[in-house]
Design a protein. Structure first.
Length: 246
């Protein structure tokens, strides 16, 4: 089932009740893959109680130490953000977020990432995402707790999924997009390769690196190269490296 490829990632949650409520929100929308990144507390009876009939989602939750581990095999990552950032990132509305999640899930795992209850995701964590999504709540009272945010975006994923199921029989096979996108881990290896090369060529001054890599991350996340295109870029970097050594 397509929705099995969509994972909800909760980063550094501090209240177990929110984890349980998020699991319940997920199950009502047909999602079951829950990842917990460095949770403050272990899942307890309070979380199970608030999960209600979704204790199966809670019980199968995958606990990891870092966000990189949670999204390593994902070809699309969208992070939730309610704060304006110094360096803007590509933004999507909740409806478009749902559509992108479902489209991306056709080729493998995708992730919807939620941050800490009190401070959200850090800038470094948001830079691991292809897009950011913000729920356009009432500006006079925009306070959404974690489970509410999970419910809202999971609803959009489900609506997009149902719409895709209705139209699946009317799609012309000749125009189906069969692009294969690199995983988050593959992209991180590319960024490491790119930074190493730019250091070796002197383009980046190690003592004063500035925000060159941050801007390049934004550029490539926006462009979202396909796997074969990424392989070409890696080949170019390797060619530069060989030339430098000669």
């Amino acid at each position: 089932m397509l929705l099995n490829e969509v994972r909800v990632v909760l980063v550094n949650t501090s209240h177990n009740g929110n984890v349980g409520s998020a699991a319940r929100a997920m199950k009502t929308m047909g999602l079951s893959k829950l990842y917990l990144v460095d949770p403050v507390n272990e899942i307890d009876s309070h979380a199970s109680a608030l999960a209600a009939g979704a204790t199966d989602v809670l019980g199968s939750a995958v606990v990891v130490d870092t966000l990189q581990e949670a999204i390593a095999d994902c070809s699309l990552v969208i992070g939730t953000s309610a704060r304006s950032r110094t360096l803007s990132w590509p933004m999507v509305e909740p409806r478009e977020c749902g559509e992108k999640m479902v489209e991306g899930a056709k080729s493998g795992p995708v992730a919807l990432v939620f941050g800490r209850e009190n401070s959200g995701l850090s800038n470094e964590e948001l830079q691991l995402c292809h897009y950011h999504v913000c729920i356009p709540a009432n500006p006079e009272y925009s306070s959404l707790n974690l489970a509410m945010a999970v419910q809202t975006l999971c609803y959009e994923v489900r609506m997009s999924y149902l719409a895709s199921q209705k139209s699946v029989n009317s799609i012309d096979p000749a125009i189906v997009d069969e692009s294969i996108y690199p995983s988050s881990k593959q992209m991180e290896l590319f960024y490491e390769h790119l930074e190493t090369t730019l250091n070796e060529t002197g383009f980046i001054v190690k003592q004063h690196p500035g925000i060159v890599m941050t801007k390049l991350r934004r550029l490539f996340n926006r462009a979202r190269p396909e796997e074969i295109e990424l392989n070409i870029l890696r080949g170019i970097l390797s060619s530069i490296g060989k030339t430098i050594k000669k």
